[in-house]
Design a protein around this ligand. Structure first.
Ligand code: BG6
Length: 286
């Protein structure tokens, strides 16, 4: 297995043909190919030059999910600064004939002064992306390098590619309570066996079971598993109207080819004491 570094991205390749591409901007995974097919959805209007967050792929959310109105994250942009900061390639941490892992780093000293002022904590992030023939794993290590505790949220904002979201079922969430952003955050218990997408959907499933399956036309196309500290799962599709209002969303019918199944720890704050570490990851398997 190999990895190549280009000026703005890193490309991982396996001898069996699978590849992944990660932009240094946001350490955003923008492509994952297996079996000759792209597995992630990337908007054809996505801006990849570092001037804004990437629409598609796997943007990494840190240290806040969405927007807050109070507390130290309230001045930060939506979903925090990790996805709009330039990361460093730390290098390959493991490789064999059947897998490769590359690490990326972002520390308080690497973020722009504005973010540092808005969120004045000393932190270090290590983001590891592992490609195997049948899976892609993303793992984050958060280290508090300062002498005061901080609160954070993090989430892997994965845009999975599907042939037609109308035929998709998300399984494994029955009985879980979700906060529905399309209904002002109302808390609702999931009753049906499967989540189906027939219009705009924006739900945070709080403390979901460790495995969620995405089925398309009766066939499991993705299995999403998480480590224990990655507690929640967000299911999002903007559908027609909301995607029209995003300047970087294309083609117009692109919402039919994607479903975001986003694993994270976002329903509450994680407090990280000085000189301690949090680690969490998610694996998408085919
Ligand atoms: C999802 C949120 O995770 O991200 C949605 O639940 C939000 O509410 C979406 O619209 C996209 O956010 P952004 O900042 O990338 O447009």
């Amino acid at each position: 297995a190999t990895f190549e570094t280009h000026s703005d991205r890193v490309k991982l390749s396996l001898p069996t043909g699978e590849t992944a591409e990660i932009l240094l901007h946001g350490a955003t995974v923008i492509s994952w190919k297996a079996g000759g097919e792209e597995k992630l959805w990337l908007s054809e209007k996505a801006v990849l030059d570092g001037s804004k967050a990437v629409r598609g792929g796997i943007p990494l959310v840190f240290p806040v999910f969405g927007k807050t109105t109070s507390g130290p994250t309230s001045a930060l942009p939506q979903h925090g600064f990790a996805r709009v900061s330039k990361w460093e390639v730390l290098g390959k941490s493991s490789a064999s004939a059947t897998s490769i892992c590359v690490d990326f780093g972002l520390g308080s000293e690497n973020v722009i002064v504005d973010f540092r002022k808005q969120w004045p904590f000393d932190f270090g992030l290590i983001y590891s992306v592992t490609l195997t023939p049948m899976s892609l794993e993303t793992k984050l290590l958060v280290r508090n390098e300062g002498n005061q505790a901080f609160d954070f949220q993090t989430l892997f904002h994965t845009y999975l590619r599907v042939a037609d979201v109308g035929n998709v079922k998300v399984l494994g969430l029955k009985g879980v309570t979700y906060r529905d952003k399309t209904q002002g955050g109302a808390e609702i218990k999931e009753e049906p066996e499967a989540v189906e997408v027939k219009g705009e959907i924006d739900r945070m499933y709080v403390q979901a079971p460790g495995e969620v399956q995405v089925e398309e036309s009766g066939k499991t196309v993705y299995t999403v598993t998480r480590t224990e500290d990655v507690k929640d799962v967000v299911v999002w599709n903007p559908w027609e109207n909301a995607s029209k209002n995003m300047g970087d969303f294309g083609p117009e019918t692109g919402y039919r080819n994607m479903i975001c199944v986003e694993a994270g720890t976002v329903s509450e704050w994680n407090t990280l004491e000085p000189q301690t570490v949090w680690e969490g990851g998610v694996t998408v398997s085919l």
